[in-house]
Write a protein that binds this ligand. Structure first.
Ligand code: HEM
Length: 350
């Protein structure tokens, strides 16, 4: 496969747009705007409400949600929540266009064909599925007693968004640099980088459960959880599996534990990489990785100790940057070889 910078840049722009969607989604969650738009018009939803009748219709739908019924707000307050959510949805539509227009052009030019075209089509379907998933979450607001998107949907929503993000980052980087560059003696580093990517993703998934179950309101101390290493009430819910989604003590405990294992693994990866003779680009990558993970851990501690959802939002965005940095490092290690002198064995490279 030949390098194609234009294809790669296009896919990396899409990855940046997924990051933008996380910025918008996280903001909507922080201000409690998730349930404000109870209509789904994938094609005509660009058009903002412009008459009193439009507003009355949208506000009327919102008034049917359990959130409104437990916390009534005025039309002006509704509008303040509406616009961020509206922009977030328009961003999603813009992403679809930024996907489809270049996709069609690249198809016509013959730059995207065969497996590459199918693969990009698959990523598009994943994105469409993610949008439908988001819509399902929004309309849970119409169910009695549901005041915010339930953790059972909110947690996986971030986890699947990050999978799509990972596919885009990996594919974009591969279009730009299709051939792995041999990195002698770095096979163990590649395993560490793979573990880092997997652990960051898992920790992020549990982080989303902490956020959606509002577990930030309990155990606001560190390193112990109100004086206990294992919080009381960890496995109180039945069936047992429910604790790992909805029990504030369990999800926060799991997130802290996973975060610690993740931070240690990522730091070990960065330290191992920095002790080896690597290209300047890889070294920079490992330096960034160490910096982002340290910042992420500190932000997590500050978020819980202060119980600040705004800091939680910054913590969420930094997690995406950390994830992207780990993915980039792992991508550069595709050509890692087991030991010096073995680089002539092409089978060892991916
Ligand atoms: C490698 C380390 C970590 C990663 C990758 C990570 C990732 C995340 C992510 C992605 C979220 C946000 C999910 C969302 O808003 O949907 C989150 C939330 C959260 N994390 Fe972490 N985290 C890490 C470390 C920590 C640590 C060490 C703590 C505290 C001891 C912590 C406490 C929290 C809290 C309290 C929230 C909820 C914030 C809110 O409700 O707005 N995190 N984490």
């Amino acid at each position: 496969m030949k390098p194609d910078k234009a294809l790669g840049t296009w896919v990396l722009i899409l990855a940046c747009m997924v990051f933008g969607m996380t910025v918008g989604g996280g903001h909507a969650r922080t201000i409690g705007a998730g349930f404000t738009i109870q209509v789904w018009k994938p094609f005509t939803g660009w058009i903002p409400p412009h008459s009193a009748a439009d507003w009355a219709y949208l506000f009327g739908l919102f008034q049917k949600t359990a959130l409104y019924q437990s916390h009534p707000i005025s039309l002006d307050q509704y509008k303040a929540l509406f616009w961020p959510m509206f922009l977030d949805r328009c961003w999603g539509r813009l992403m679809a266009l930024v996907f489809l227009i270049p996709f069609t052009v690249f198809l016509i030019q013959g730059r995207l064909r065969g497996k590459k075209a199918l693969w990009m089509g698959f990523i598009f379907l994943c994105g469409a599925g993610q949008a439908a998933f988001g819509w399902y979450m929004v309309q849970t607001g119409m169910q009695p007693g549901v005041l915010s998107p339930p953790p059972l949907w909110g947690g996986p929503h971030l986890a699947t968004a990050m999978l799509i993000f990972a596919l885009l980052v990996w594919t974009g980087l591969t279009f730009r640099t299709p051939e792995p560059v041999a990195v002698p003696g770095a096979a163990h580093l590649r395993s560490l980088a793979t573990a880092s990517v997997g652990l960051i993703w898992l920790t992020m998934g549990f982080g989303a459960l902490v956020a959606t179950s509002n577990a930030i309101t309990v155990f606001n101390s560190f390193p112990t959880m109100d004086g206990a290493w294992v919080p009381p009430g960890m496995l109180d819910l039945h069936p047992l599996a429910l604790n790992f989604v909805q029990n504030k003590a369990t999800v926060q405990f799991c997130h802290r534990l996973l975060a610690t294992v993740t931070a240690l693994t990522v730091l070990a990866t960065a330290a191992t990489g920095l002790r080896m003779k690597l290209s300047p680009a890889l070294r920079d990558n490992f330096l960034l990785l160490a910096g982002f993970v340290a910042l992420q851990y500190l932000l997590g501690i500050t978020t819980i100790v202060l119980g600040s959802a705004n800091l939680g939002y910054v913590h969420e965005l930094n997690a995406v940057l950390l994830f992207a940095t780990a993915l980039a490092a792992r991508h550069k290690l595709r050509g890692a070889l087991p030991a010096p002198g073995a680089q002539s064995l092409p089978a060892a490279a991916e």
